[in-house]
Design a protein around this ligand. Sequence first.
Ligand SMILES: NC(=O)c1ccc[n+]([C@@H]2O[C@H](COP(=O)([O-])OP(=O)(O)OC[C@H]3O[C@@H](n4cnc5c(N)ncnc54)[C@H](O)[C@@H]3O)[C@@H](O)[C@H]2O)c1
Ligand SMILES: Nc1ncnc2c1ncn2[C@@H]1O[C@H](COP(=O)(O)OP(=O)(O)OP(=O)(O)O)[C@@H](O)[C@H]1O
Length: 270
Amino acid sequence: MKAVIVSRIDNAEALAFARSIRATLSEASCPAEFDHDTAIAVGESGPRLAETDADIVIVIGGDGTILRTIQQLGSPVPVLGINWGEVGFLADLETADALPFLRNLVHGFTVEERMRISLAKDGVPLGTALNEALIVTTRPAKMLRFSIIIDGVVAEQFRADGLLVSTPTGSTAYAMSAGGPIVDPRIQGFLLVPLAPYMLSSRPHLISEGRRLEIRLESAKPAKLVLDGQQTIDLGTSSQIHIQRSPVPAQFVDVKRNFFEKVDKKLRNL
Ligand SMILES: NC(=O)c1ccc[n+]([C@@H]2O[C@H](COP(=O)([O-])OP(=O)(O)OC[C@H]3O[C@@H](n4cnc5c(N)ncnc54)[C@H](O)[C@@H]3O)[C@@H](O)[C@H]2O)c1
Ligand SMILES: Nc1ncnc2c1ncn2[C@@H]1O[C@H](COP(=O)(O)OP(=O)(O)OP(=O)(O)O)[C@@H](O)[C@H]1O
Protein backbone atom coordinates (compact mmCIF):
# COMPACT_ATOMS: atom_id res chain seq x y z
CA MET A 1 0.00 0.00 0.00
CA LYS A 2 1.24 3.50 -0.89
CA ALA A 3 0.02 6.77 0.70
CA VAL A 4 0.10 10.42 -0.32
CA ILE A 5 -0.19 12.97 2.49
CA VAL A 6 -1.91 16.37 2.05
CA SER A 7 -1.70 19.01 4.78
CA ARG A 8 -3.19 22.47 5.10
CA ILE A 9 -0.19 24.63 4.30
CA ASP A 10 -1.12 27.64 6.45
CA ASN A 11 -0.41 25.91 9.77
CA ALA A 12 3.10 24.86 10.91
CA GLU A 13 1.79 22.37 13.50
CA ALA A 14 -0.30 20.63 10.85
CA LEU A 15 2.78 20.35 8.63
CA ALA A 16 4.80 18.97 11.57
CA PHE A 17 2.06 16.39 12.21
CA ALA A 18 2.23 15.45 8.54
CA ARG A 19 5.90 14.63 8.99
CA SER A 20 5.11 12.36 11.98
CA ILE A 21 2.45 10.59 9.91
CA ARG A 22 4.96 10.00 7.11
CA ALA A 23 7.41 8.55 9.64
CA THR A 24 4.76 6.32 11.23
CA LEU A 25 3.69 4.91 7.85
CA SER A 26 7.30 4.31 6.80
CA GLU A 27 7.90 2.39 10.07
CA ALA A 28 4.83 0.28 9.15
CA SER A 29 6.42 -0.45 5.72
CA CYS A 30 3.94 1.80 3.94
CA PRO A 31 5.69 4.22 1.55
CA ALA A 32 4.29 7.73 2.01
CA GLU A 33 4.99 10.99 0.17
CA PHE A 34 3.72 14.57 0.41
CA ASP A 35 1.62 15.97 -2.42
CA HIS A 36 3.01 18.89 -4.41
CA ASP A 37 1.63 21.78 -2.31
CA THR A 38 2.52 20.16 1.03
CA ALA A 39 6.00 19.23 -0.20
CA ILE A 40 6.67 22.77 -1.42
CA ALA A 41 5.57 24.12 1.97
CA VAL A 42 8.28 22.03 3.70
CA GLY A 43 10.98 22.64 1.08
CA GLU A 44 10.63 19.33 -0.74
CA SER A 45 9.05 18.17 -4.00
CA GLY A 46 6.06 15.89 -4.53
CA PRO A 47 3.54 14.74 -7.14
CA ARG A 48 0.47 16.68 -8.17
CA LEU A 49 -2.66 14.94 -6.83
CA ALA A 50 -3.96 14.59 -10.39
CA GLU A 51 -0.97 12.30 -11.12
CA THR A 52 -0.73 10.30 -7.88
CA ASP A 53 -0.73 6.49 -8.00
CA ALA A 54 -1.27 6.24 -4.23
CA ASP A 55 -3.78 3.77 -2.78
CA ILE A 56 -4.89 6.24 -0.08
CA VAL A 57 -4.83 10.02 0.45
CA ILE A 58 -4.35 11.19 4.05
CA VAL A 59 -5.54 14.77 4.55
CA ILE A 60 -4.60 16.86 7.60
CA GLY A 61 -6.89 19.88 7.70
CA GLY A 62 -10.50 20.93 7.74
CA ASP A 63 -13.29 20.52 5.25
CA GLY A 64 -11.89 22.99 2.77
CA THR A 65 -8.60 21.11 2.47
CA ILE A 66 -10.51 17.83 2.04
CA LEU A 67 -12.84 19.33 -0.59
CA ARG A 68 -9.93 20.87 -2.49
CA THR A 69 -8.00 17.57 -2.35
CA ILE A 70 -10.92 15.60 -3.82
CA GLN A 71 -11.33 18.19 -6.58
CA GLN A 72 -7.66 17.88 -7.48
CA LEU A 73 -7.56 14.08 -7.62
CA GLY A 74 -7.56 12.58 -11.11
CA SER A 75 -8.99 9.08 -10.60
CA PRO A 76 -10.79 8.36 -7.30
CA VAL A 77 -8.54 7.46 -4.34
CA PRO A 78 -9.92 6.75 -0.82
CA VAL A 79 -9.49 9.82 1.43
CA LEU A 80 -8.83 9.66 5.17
CA GLY A 81 -9.39 13.05 6.84
CA ILE A 82 -7.56 13.89 10.08
CA ASN A 83 -9.21 16.94 11.61
CA TRP A 84 -7.02 19.99 11.85
CA GLY A 85 -9.75 22.51 11.15
CA GLU A 86 -12.49 24.49 12.80
CA VAL A 87 -15.21 21.90 12.22
CA GLY A 88 -13.74 19.14 10.07
CA PHE A 89 -17.08 17.51 9.44
CA LEU A 90 -15.65 15.45 6.58
CA ALA A 91 -12.57 14.54 8.66
CA ASP A 92 -13.52 11.35 10.48
CA LEU A 93 -10.38 11.04 12.63
CA GLU A 94 -9.32 13.34 15.45
CA THR A 95 -5.53 13.77 15.78
CA ALA A 96 -5.36 11.73 19.01
CA ASP A 97 -6.73 8.67 17.18
CA ALA A 98 -4.71 9.11 13.99
CA LEU A 99 -1.40 7.32 14.59
CA PRO A 100 -2.88 4.13 16.15
CA PHE A 101 -5.44 4.00 13.30
CA LEU A 102 -2.74 4.41 10.66
CA ARG A 103 -0.60 1.59 12.13
CA ASN A 104 -3.58 -0.76 11.57
CA LEU A 105 -4.42 0.70 8.16
CA VAL A 106 -1.73 -1.34 6.42
CA HIS A 107 -3.75 -4.47 7.26
CA GLY A 108 -6.54 -3.20 5.00
CA PHE A 109 -9.56 -0.90 5.10
CA THR A 110 -13.05 -0.57 3.66
CA VAL A 111 -14.25 2.32 1.50
CA GLU A 112 -17.43 4.42 1.74
CA GLU A 113 -18.58 6.08 -1.49
CA ARG A 114 -20.30 9.49 -1.58
CA MET A 115 -22.13 10.69 -4.68
CA ARG A 116 -20.92 13.81 -6.46
CA ILE A 117 -22.69 15.96 -9.02
CA SER A 118 -21.45 16.89 -12.50
CA LEU A 119 -22.51 20.10 -14.22
CA ALA A 120 -22.49 21.18 -17.84
CA LYS A 121 -23.51 24.37 -19.66
CA ASP A 122 -24.80 23.92 -23.20
CA GLY A 123 -23.11 20.51 -23.27
CA VAL A 124 -19.73 21.79 -22.10
CA PRO A 125 -18.59 20.20 -18.75
CA LEU A 126 -18.18 22.75 -15.95
CA GLY A 127 -16.89 20.46 -13.20
CA THR A 128 -18.00 18.31 -10.28
CA ALA A 129 -18.90 18.93 -6.65
CA LEU A 130 -19.00 16.78 -3.51
CA ASN A 131 -20.85 19.30 -1.33
CA GLU A 132 -22.79 21.52 -3.68
CA ALA A 133 -22.91 23.71 -6.73
CA LEU A 134 -23.91 27.30 -5.91
CA ILE A 135 -25.40 29.50 -8.65
CA VAL A 136 -25.32 33.05 -7.31
CA THR A 137 -25.65 36.63 -8.52
CA THR A 138 -22.34 38.27 -9.36
CA ARG A 139 -23.70 41.68 -8.29
CA PRO A 140 -24.56 41.79 -4.57
CA ALA A 141 -28.19 42.55 -3.66
CA LYS A 142 -29.45 41.71 -7.16
CA MET A 143 -31.83 38.79 -7.84
CA LEU A 144 -31.61 36.13 -10.52
CA ARG A 145 -34.67 34.56 -12.16
CA PHE A 146 -34.52 30.73 -12.03
CA SER A 147 -36.53 27.99 -13.69
CA ILE A 148 -36.05 24.48 -12.34
CA ILE A 149 -36.85 21.87 -15.00
CA ILE A 150 -37.22 18.25 -13.86
CA ASP A 151 -37.61 15.53 -16.54
CA GLY A 152 -38.42 18.27 -19.05
CA VAL A 153 -41.19 19.84 -16.94
CA VAL A 154 -40.92 23.30 -15.34
CA ALA A 155 -41.21 22.40 -11.64
CA GLU A 156 -40.68 25.86 -10.17
CA GLN A 157 -39.89 29.42 -11.20
CA PHE A 158 -38.72 32.08 -8.78
CA ARG A 159 -36.39 34.99 -8.23
CA ALA A 160 -33.66 34.68 -5.58
CA ASP A 161 -30.10 35.65 -4.65
CA GLY A 162 -28.99 32.19 -5.69
CA LEU A 163 -29.70 28.48 -5.74
CA LEU A 164 -27.81 25.61 -4.11
CA VAL A 165 -27.80 22.20 -5.77
CA SER A 166 -26.45 20.07 -2.96
CA THR A 167 -25.59 16.42 -2.52
CA PRO A 168 -26.55 14.53 0.65
CA THR A 169 -22.94 15.12 1.79
CA GLY A 170 -23.40 18.85 1.33
CA SER A 171 -26.75 18.84 3.18
CA THR A 172 -24.86 19.45 6.45
CA ALA A 173 -23.00 22.45 4.97
CA TYR A 174 -24.25 25.51 3.09
CA ALA A 175 -27.59 23.87 2.35
CA MET A 176 -28.16 23.37 6.08
CA SER A 177 -27.44 27.03 6.80
CA ALA A 178 -29.82 28.01 3.99
CA GLY A 179 -32.67 26.07 5.63
CA GLY A 180 -32.42 22.74 3.88
CA PRO A 181 -32.93 19.34 5.59
CA ILE A 182 -30.16 17.05 6.80
CA VAL A 183 -30.09 14.22 4.25
CA ASP A 184 -28.88 10.70 5.10
CA PRO A 185 -25.76 10.22 2.94
CA ARG A 186 -27.07 6.79 1.90
CA ILE A 187 -29.80 8.56 -0.07
CA GLN A 188 -28.87 9.24 -3.71
CA GLY A 189 -30.46 12.54 -4.68
CA PHE A 190 -30.19 16.25 -5.46
CA LEU A 191 -31.14 18.74 -2.76
CA LEU A 192 -32.28 22.07 -4.23
CA VAL A 193 -32.25 24.99 -1.77
CA PRO A 194 -32.96 28.58 -2.94
CA LEU A 195 -31.02 31.43 -1.30
CA ALA A 196 -33.42 34.16 -0.06
CA PRO A 197 -36.21 33.37 -2.59
CA TYR A 198 -38.56 36.26 -3.30
CA MET A 199 -41.59 33.99 -3.14
CA LEU A 200 -43.63 32.88 -0.11
CA SER A 201 -44.10 29.32 -1.35
CA SER A 202 -40.56 28.42 -2.49
CA ARG A 203 -39.35 25.35 -0.60
CA PRO A 204 -36.25 23.08 -0.71
CA HIS A 205 -36.74 20.02 -2.95
CA LEU A 206 -35.03 16.62 -2.55
CA ILE A 207 -35.28 14.79 -5.88
CA SER A 208 -34.01 11.42 -7.06
CA GLU A 209 -30.61 11.34 -8.73
CA GLY A 210 -32.25 9.49 -11.61
CA ARG A 211 -34.16 12.58 -12.71
CA ARG A 212 -33.03 14.86 -15.54
CA LEU A 213 -32.33 18.17 -13.80
CA GLU A 214 -31.86 21.49 -15.57
CA ILE A 215 -31.52 24.97 -14.10
CA ARG A 216 -32.32 27.90 -16.41
CA LEU A 217 -31.11 31.40 -15.59
CA GLU A 218 -33.57 33.77 -17.22
CA SER A 219 -32.56 37.27 -16.22
CA ALA A 220 -29.98 39.30 -18.12
CA LYS A 221 -27.92 39.62 -14.97
CA PRO A 222 -24.45 38.06 -14.52
CA ALA A 223 -24.13 34.94 -12.37
CA LYS A 224 -21.33 32.77 -11.03
CA LEU A 225 -21.11 29.05 -10.34
CA VAL A 226 -19.15 28.01 -7.23
CA LEU A 227 -18.22 24.35 -6.71
CA ASP A 228 -17.63 23.28 -3.10
CA GLY A 229 -16.52 26.80 -2.24
CA GLN A 230 -13.25 26.02 -4.03
CA GLN A 231 -13.78 26.78 -7.71
CA THR A 232 -15.61 29.77 -9.22
CA ILE A 233 -16.81 29.90 -12.85
CA ASP A 234 -18.43 32.87 -14.58
CA LEU A 235 -21.80 31.89 -16.08
CA GLY A 236 -22.51 35.19 -17.80
CA THR A 237 -26.25 35.82 -18.25
CA SER A 238 -29.14 33.48 -19.20
CA SER A 239 -27.48 30.04 -18.88
CA GLN A 240 -28.91 26.54 -19.10
CA ILE A 241 -27.12 24.27 -16.61
CA HIS A 242 -27.58 20.49 -16.73
CA ILE A 243 -26.87 18.56 -13.54
CA GLN A 244 -26.45 14.82 -13.14
CA ARG A 245 -24.92 12.40 -10.72
CA SER A 246 -21.18 12.10 -11.45
CA PRO A 247 -20.13 8.64 -12.67
CA VAL A 248 -17.15 9.04 -10.30
CA PRO A 249 -18.15 9.12 -6.61
CA ALA A 250 -15.84 10.42 -3.90
CA GLN A 251 -14.29 7.67 -1.78
CA PHE A 252 -13.59 7.86 1.96
CA VAL A 253 -11.82 5.36 4.21
CA ASP A 254 -14.61 3.97 6.38
CA VAL A 255 -13.63 4.55 10.01
CA LYS A 256 -17.05 3.23 11.13
CA ARG A 257 -18.11 6.62 12.53
CA ASN A 258 -21.89 7.00 12.72
CA PHE A 259 -23.18 9.89 10.56
CA PHE A 260 -25.95 10.92 12.99
CA GLU A 261 -23.54 10.90 15.96
CA LYS A 262 -21.26 13.18 13.95
CA VAL A 263 -24.14 15.55 13.17
CA ASP A 264 -25.00 15.70 16.88
CA LYS A 265 -21.40 16.17 18.02
CA LYS A 266 -20.13 18.55 15.34
CA LEU A 267 -23.10 20.63 14.27
CA ARG A 268 -25.15 21.24 17.39
CA ASN A 269 -22.60 23.55 19.02
CA LEU A 270 -20.89 25.37 16.15
N1 LIG B 1 -23.37 29.96 5.31
C1 LIG B 1 -22.76 28.78 5.24
O1 LIG B 1 -23.00 27.83 5.99
C2 LIG B 1 -21.70 28.60 4.18
C3 LIG B 1 -21.28 29.66 3.38
C4 LIG B 1 -20.30 29.40 2.42
C5 LIG B 1 -19.77 28.13 2.25
N2 LIG B 1 -20.22 27.13 3.06
C6 LIG B 1 -19.71 25.76 2.89
O2 LIG B 1 -18.29 25.74 2.96
C7 LIG B 1 -17.84 24.74 2.04
C8 LIG B 1 -16.40 24.98 1.73
O3 LIG B 1 -15.71 24.70 2.96
P1 LIG B 1 -14.48 25.64 3.36
O4 LIG B 1 -13.94 25.09 4.64
O5 LIG B 1 -13.57 25.78 2.18
O6 LIG B 1 -15.22 27.02 3.56
P2 LIG B 1 -15.17 27.95 4.87
O7 LIG B 1 -13.80 27.99 5.39
O8 LIG B 1 -15.88 29.19 4.51
O9 LIG B 1 -16.02 27.14 5.94
C9 LIG B 1 -17.34 26.73 5.70
C10 LIG B 1 -17.75 25.88 6.88
O10 LIG B 1 -18.56 24.82 6.38
C11 LIG B 1 -18.10 23.61 6.96
N3 LIG B 1 -18.36 22.50 6.03
C12 LIG B 1 -17.83 22.33 4.80
N4 LIG B 1 -18.30 21.19 4.26
C13 LIG B 1 -19.15 20.64 5.18
C14 LIG B 1 -19.98 19.46 5.19
N5 LIG B 1 -20.05 18.63 4.14
N6 LIG B 1 -20.74 19.23 6.29
C15 LIG B 1 -20.70 20.06 7.35
N7 LIG B 1 -19.95 21.21 7.39
C16 LIG B 1 -19.19 21.47 6.30
C17 LIG B 1 -16.63 23.81 7.18
O11 LIG B 1 -16.19 22.98 8.23
C18 LIG B 1 -16.54 25.25 7.57
O12 LIG B 1 -16.63 25.40 8.97
C19 LIG B 1 -18.78 24.88 0.85
O13 LIG B 1 -18.88 23.66 0.10
C20 LIG B 1 -20.11 25.20 1.53
O14 LIG B 1 -20.88 24.03 1.74
C21 LIG B 1 -21.15 27.33 4.02
N1 LIG C 1 -2.77 23.89 -0.54
C1 LIG C 1 -3.43 25.02 -0.17
N2 LIG C 1 -3.51 26.05 -1.03
C2 LIG C 1 -4.16 27.18 -0.66
N3 LIG C 1 -4.78 27.37 0.55
C3 LIG C 1 -4.71 26.37 1.43
C4 LIG C 1 -4.05 25.14 1.13
N4 LIG C 1 -4.16 24.33 2.19
C5 LIG C 1 -4.89 25.01 3.11
N5 LIG C 1 -5.21 26.23 2.68
C6 LIG C 1 -5.96 27.27 3.44
O1 LIG C 1 -5.89 26.91 4.80
C7 LIG C 1 -7.09 27.16 5.47
C8 LIG C 1 -7.58 25.84 6.01
O2 LIG C 1 -8.84 25.52 5.43
P1 LIG C 1 -9.68 24.29 6.02
O3 LIG C 1 -11.04 24.40 5.45
O4 LIG C 1 -8.91 23.05 5.83
O5 LIG C 1 -9.72 24.53 7.59
P2 LIG C 1 -10.77 25.37 8.40
O6 LIG C 1 -11.53 26.28 7.50
O7 LIG C 1 -10.03 25.94 9.55
O8 LIG C 1 -11.68 24.21 8.99
P3 LIG C 1 -13.19 23.79 8.56
O9 LIG C 1 -13.26 23.96 7.07
O10 LIG C 1 -13.28 22.34 8.96
O11 LIG C 1 -14.10 24.68 9.32
C9 LIG C 1 -8.02 27.80 4.48
O12 LIG C 1 -7.90 29.20 4.55
C10 LIG C 1 -7.47 27.26 3.17
O13 LIG C 1 -7.82 28.09 2.08
